[in-house]
Design a protein around this ligand. Structure first.
Ligand code: NAD
Length: 376
């Protein structure tokens, strides 16, 4: 039996080696694609090409008895690798006549990422850091665009220091909140102004499929190339009014980060043995604790600023607290009927999304499960 198994394992090893060879060939081809795209200024992420390619591969796989989902998983993972390697070829510069870009806070996490992306696209990038204000006139001389990327609580005051920018200089920011920075930029500068909120952190391998929110300020025709530049980097730009953005962020960021913070605080005070919890965990618990735990690997000031950035955030969190309390009283009253009724109400509110989320999360959970390595 063991000889029989060994023989099969040798064959499997051989197939795996061929797969490695093929992947190496595919990555080399993608590198060439990256060079061509960079030369012609084509976006690194083209949704239609991705969808058509996946559909054909699924069909081909299924005709050979290979599950479509398997080839889709493999290809999606391979494409993620490809998108990040396409960064290496650099990107076409859509505005070669632009004078230097100054990133205020460009030594920070997000400012640093954008400094790299602009440099990879051939722009001259200068950084105005915290200790550079005595040289600000020199750094800002002849500037074509200023990007603000400083901590949220310093953003407005920093913007207001930027008096006398050249008339046609673009002033923009990357702050996670939008209304107040945008007003400050419009107040201090009479030229083109725009607010951006990258919906991602600095640890992404590529901007492919990432969203950058855009809140128009003034003279959009003068910075339309910048939105196109982000698209070349692979990002999707979503236009929204600054107030609507901030309202959305109350739920998307403030409430979510706060509940993770409170859950983390609760766990730390309950002080369970985390190793033991993980060894017993289902993939869903592992994912949940990873999502909470990752918050605490980041900068507490950023999250404090995001959560405390608007009075509406506190109001929302208080309403959540109230409903949390109401839900506890269902338990105190052992009111199973009320629990089930409330559950059904929520299900109705989610509508078709609950089934869709069930499907999406199944995929994530399978991936989390694949990543498990249990000591035998
Ligand atoms: P960070 O602390 O890593 O970087 C901020 C930088 O600003 C630091 O280098 C700091 O020295 C510098 N700085 C502070 N005061 C300054 C001043 N007066 N003049 C010039 N530079 C100054 O923070 P970050 O995470 O990069 O966040 C920057 C901005 O990006 C924030 O507005 C944040 O809302 C936004 N943002 C961050 C993320 C993220 O995940 N990090 C995501 C989206 C948006």
């Amino acid at each position: 039996m063991s000889a029989e198994l060994d023989e099969l394992r040798v064959e499997i090893d051989d197939v795996d080696k061929q797969m490695v060879e093929l992947l190496a060939r595919r990555l080399a081809l993608v590198e060439k694609v990256g060079e061509v795209k960079s030369k012609y200024g084509l976006p690194i992420y083209v949704p239609e090409r991705e969808a058509t390619m996946l559909a054909s591969r699924r069909e081909e796989a299924e005709s050979k008895g290979v599950p479509g989902a398997l080839i889709e998983d493999i290809l999606r993972r391979t494409m993620r690798e490809s998108y990040s390697s396409e960064n290496d070829s650099g990107f076409k510069c859509l505005k070669p006549t632009l004078k230097p870009i100054v990133i205020v806070g460009g030594h920070g996490q997000l400012g640093g990422l954008f400094a790299r992306m602009f440099s990879l696209s051939g722009y001259e990038v200068r950084i105005l850091g915290r200790n550079d204000w005595d040289r600000a006139d020199e750094i800002l001389a002849d500037v074509g665009m200023v990007v603000i990327s400083v901590p949220i609580d310093l953003t407005e005051a920093t913007i207001l220091r930027l008096k006398n920018l050249p008339e046609n200089c673009i002033l923009c920011d990357l702050t996670s909140v939008k209304s107040r920075p945008l007003s400050a930029m419009l107040e201090v500068h009479s030229g083109p102004v725009v607010g951006f909120h990258p919906m991602f952190g600095p640890d992404i391998p590529s901007l492919a499929k990432q969203v950058i929110v855009c809140c128009e300020g003034r003279f959009p025709e003068q910075y339309s190339w910048l939105k196109a530049q982000f698209q070349i980097w692979g990002a999707t730009v979503r236009d929204i009014d600054a107030t609507d953005h901030d309202q959305g962020m109350t739920l998307i960021q403030a409430l979510r980060h706060f509940t993770s913070f409170a859950y983390g605080l609760h766990l730390s005070q309950e002080d369970p043995n985390i190793e033991q919890l993980l060894s017993l965990s289902s993939p869903i618990y592992r994912l949940e604790i990873a999502m909470v735990g990752r918050l605490f690997a980041q900068d507490p000031n950023l999250y404090a600023d995001i959560i405390m950035s608007a009075p509406e955030n506190l109001e929302m969190i208080k309403r959540f607290h109230q409903r949390f309390g109401d839900a506890i009283s269902i338990l105190e009253n052992k009111d199973k009927v009320k629990f089930v009724d409330s559950f059904n109400e929520v299900e109705q509110w989610f509508g078709d999304y609950s089934q869709q989320f069930m499907k999406e999360s199944k995929n994530l959970l399978r991936q989390a499960h694949d990543a498990i390595h249990r000591e035998s």
